[in-house]
Design a protein around this ligand. Structure first.
Ligand SMILES: Nc1ncnc2c1ncn2[C@@H]1O[C@H](COP(=O)(O)O)[C@@H](O)[C@H]1O
Length: 194
């Protein structure tokens, strides 16, 4: 059986970026999640686009789980107003909790940390560790630049076309929602194999 995911992880920047369009997309993503009754799982910070998405969900009356390593609580300003805050001992624990809880992943613009999170979840899917949707909301060409890198790897014989297609690039949040279809009987995954 398949349905729209009930919990979605959003990966995005711990900075705001230099164009208001990034904040607008993050704000809209939060509103859509709250409107649809979908729980947000994210990195637990109050800064940057991460904070914008979380604030937007909270303002619209939705549920938010923040997952943040203790060592980042100052640097990324741990969010105090989320419905659930999980403080982990490491980045790896944070990623595993976010991975386990989420039924789909949305990627919004961000920096190197966002690239890391996106590539890890994509490569776990490439290795058949899960079959959850991974959706990049293309904003101001951010998604095209990512796709150019992945397609270069395909063109140079380092990755398959099929692996490249595991990342869905969509123009807006509404399309991301429509693509966030979760199969209840997906690949059973033990985090011990990640
Ligand atoms: N190496 C990393 N692995 C996982 N997550 C990371 C890593 N480095 C940073 N992060 C987190 O990603 C988000 C977004 O970071 P940006 O660099 O602003 O895109 C943030 O919570 C980092 O802690």
């Amino acid at each position: 059986m398949s349905a729209i995911a009930r919990t979605i992880a959003v990966f995005c920047g711990s900075r705001l970026g230099n164009d208001p369009v990034y904040q607008q997309v993050a704000e809209h993503a939060g509103k859509v999640l709250a409107r649809e009754g979908i729980r947000l799982v994210y990195g637990g910070g109050a800064n940057g686009l991460m904070g914008v998405v979380a604030d937007s969900v909270i303002r619209a009356g939705g549920d938010v789980t923040g997952v943040i390593p203790e060592f980042l609580s100052e640097r990324e300003k741990m969010h105090e107003c989320v419905s659930e805050l999980i403080v982990t001992t490491s980045m790896h624990e944070r990623k595993q909790i976010m991975f386990t809880r989420a039924e789909a992943f949305w990627i919004l613009p961000g920096g190197f940390g966002t690239f890391d999170e996106m590539m890890e979840i994509l490569t776990w899917r490439q290795l058949d560790r899960h079959d959850k949707p991974i959706i990049l909301v293309n904003t101001d060409g951010w998604g095209e630049a990512v796709m150019a890198m992945l397609k270069t790897a395909v063109r140079q014989g380092f990755a398959s076309e099929q692996a490249c297609a595991l990342l869905q690039v969509v123009p807006d949040v509404e399309t991301a929602l429509a693509c966030s279809v979760w199969r209840e009987q997906g690949i059973p995954v033990s985090v011990d194999t990640l």
